[in-house]
Write a protein that binds this ligand. Structure first.
Ligand code: PMP
Length: 403
C-alpha cells in the first residue's frame, strides 16, 4: 500500500530528523553525552511524589484522582500557578490558565489555533527544535525574528507574502539551544514590534526558574501588563512547564494568557485529549505547594556547578577560533566553530573516536544554516565527566582545525 497517497499533505513537513535518529544510538554506557538537555533523574523529588500519589489514591481522593476531569485543568493546581504568575508580575485569575500535557502540547495547540497554511511564524535563528516540529504540522513559513536589528514591521509584513504574520515565538530565558537570555530592552522591543504588526507573542518560559546568577528579568507578559493594565488586553501568551523543575515524565505544563485565547485553547484541548492526567496534576499540585521553592533551590545548586565546570573546561580545552555562550541559567551552552567546520561531521567522528555526543546546531535553524554550531547540555553529567568530555571534544576540534 502506498501510504504517502493517504497521508495528508501536511505530513511532508514532519520528517524524522537524522539527528534524532543518530542520538537514539547514544544509549551505550561508555558515551559521554552532552546531547540530551534533560533533567538529571537523581534530582527528581521522588519521595515527595510517592507521598503525593499515595494521598491521591486514598479512599477519599481516588474518586477524583482516577476520574475524568475538566479540560481547563485541576483547580488547585491552577490556583497555585495563579500565585506563581503573580510573583512573576503577572496578576491573573484561574480563567487565564490552561493546564497542558507539557508545554510541548501548548506549542502544538498555539500553532493549531493561529496558523493557516502559508502564514508566517517569526522564530529565532536558531530556535527550539521542538517548536519548529510543533508548528510544522500547520504548514507555516518561517521568518527570522531578530529584535536586535531595526528591521521594520512593514518589512516583516511584506515578507509574509500572501499569508499573514501570526506570532513571534521566543524562548526568553537561557534559551534552548543557545543559553542566551533576551534582555529587558529587547523584551520591550518585541512588544513594540508585535503591537505594530498586530500579532501574538508566544513566550516560552520552560527554563524560567533555573537562574544561577544575575537578576531575574520580568517576563514579556508582565511588561505588557504594565503597559496595557490587564492581562486580558495583552497579546503575549506565556507557556510554563514543570518539566525542568519537578519532573518531565508527568507531562504537566500550562498556558497563561488573555481569557479569549485560553477559552479557545480549552476547546482545542477538549477535542484533542479532553484533559491532562488528573492524578498527575494532583501530584504536581501537592509537591509544588509543599516544596517548589526549596526543590528548585536544590537543583539550581547542582546545575550551577555543572555549568561552571563546563565553562571552565571549555576555557581550558577549546582551541582558538571557537566561541561559546555564557548562560546565566538553564541547561545549554552554544558553540560556534570556524565557518568551514561542519558540526554534523564532527559528531560522526566524535561518536567513533572520542565517544562524546552533542547536538549539531543546524537542526535548530528553520533554514538549515548554522552548520558550524553545536549545542552542549551540562544538566546530566557530573563535573569530572564534563571535564573529560570537553577535553576530548577540544582535541577533536583542534585536530579538525589542523587538518
Ligand atoms: N520549550 C523548550 C524551550 C524546551 O526546551 C522544551 C523541552 N525540551 C519544551 C518547551 C517542552 O517541554 P515540556 O513539554 O516537557 O514542558
Amino acid at each position: 500500500m502506498d501510504w504517502q497517497q493517504i497521508f495528508a499533505a501536511r505530513n511532508e513537513r514532519m520528517k524524522a530528523s537524522e539527528i534524532r535518529e543518530l542520538l537514539k544510538l547514544l544509549e551505550q554506557p561508555d558515551i559521554i553525552s552532552f546531547a540530551g538537555g534533560i533533567p538529571d533523574p537523581d534530582l527528581f523529588p521522588a519521595k515527595a511524589f510517592q507521598e503525593a500519589f499515595s494521598a491521591a489514591l486514598t479512599p477519599e481522593m481516588q474518586a477524583t484522582a482516577l476520574q475524568y476531569s475538566v479540560s481547563e485543568g485541576y483547580g488547585p493546581l491552577r490556583d497555585w500557578i495563579v500565585g506563581e504568575m503573580g510573583r512573576l508580575g503577572v496578576p491573573c485569575t484561574r480563567d487565564n490558565i490552561l493546564i497542558t500535557s507539557g508545554s510541548q502540547q501548548a506549542l502544538d495547540y498555539l500553532g493549531k489555533l493561529m496558523l493557516s497554511a502559508g502564514d508566517t511564524a517569526l522564530v529565532g535563528w536558531p530556535t527550539y527544535l521542538g517548536a519548529l516540529g510543533a508548528f510544522n504540522a500547520y504548514e507555516p513559513r518561517y521568518d527570522r525574528l531578530d529584535p536586535e536589528t531595526n528591521r521594520s514591521a512593514a518589512d516583516y509584513a511584506e515578507a509574509a507574502g500572501d499569508g499573514r504574520v501570526k506570532f513571534a515565538y521566543m524562548s526568553v530565558d537561557f534559551a534552548n539551544p543557545t543559553g542566551k537570555t533576551l534582555d529587558a530592552a529587547m523584551r520591550e522591543r518585541v512588544i513594540d514590534l508585535a503591537d505594530e504588526l498586530d500579532i501574538a507573542v508566544i513566550e516560552d518560559a520552560a527554563y524560567q526558574s533555573l537562574r544561577y546568577e544575575g537578576e531575574a528579568l520580568s517576563p514579556v507578559l508582565a511588561r505588557e501588563i504594565v503597559r496595557k493594565g490587564d492581562i486580558n488586553a495583552c497579546r503575549t501568551i506565556y507557556c510554563g512547564s514543570f518539566s525542568k523543575t519537578l519532573a518531565p515524565g508527568l507531562r504537566v505544563g500550562w498556558v497563561c494568557g488573555a481569557q479569549e485565547v485560553i477559552s479557545q485553547l480549552v476547546l482545542l484541548k477538549q477535542a484533542a485529549d479532553l484533559h491532562s492526567s488528573t492524578i498527575n496534576q494532583m501530584a504536581i499540585a501537592t509537591v509544588a505547594q509543599a516544596q517548589f521553592d526549596s526543590h528548585v533551590a536544590k537543583i539550581k545548586t547542582a546545575y550551577r556547578a555543572r555549568r561552571d565546570a563546563m565553562l571552565a573546561a571549555l576555557q581550558t580545552h577549546m582551541p582558538d577560533g571557537v566561541s561559546w555562550t555564557r548562560p546565566e541559567g538553564g541547561m545549554f551552552i552554544w558553540l560556534e566553530l570556524p565557518t568551514h567546520l561542519r558540526s554534523a561531521d564532527l559528531l560522526a567522528q566524535s561518536l567513533r573516536s572520542e565517544r562524546v555526543a552533542f547536538v549539531p546546531g543546524h537542526a535548530f535553524f528553520a533554514d538549515g544554516s548554522g552548520t558550524n554550531t553545536m549545542r552542549l547540555s551540562f544538566s546530566r553529567t557530573d563535573e569530572a565527566v564534563i571535564e573529560e568530555g570537553i577535553a576530548r571534544l577540544g582535541r577533536l576540534i583542534a585536530a579538525a582545525l589542523e587538518a
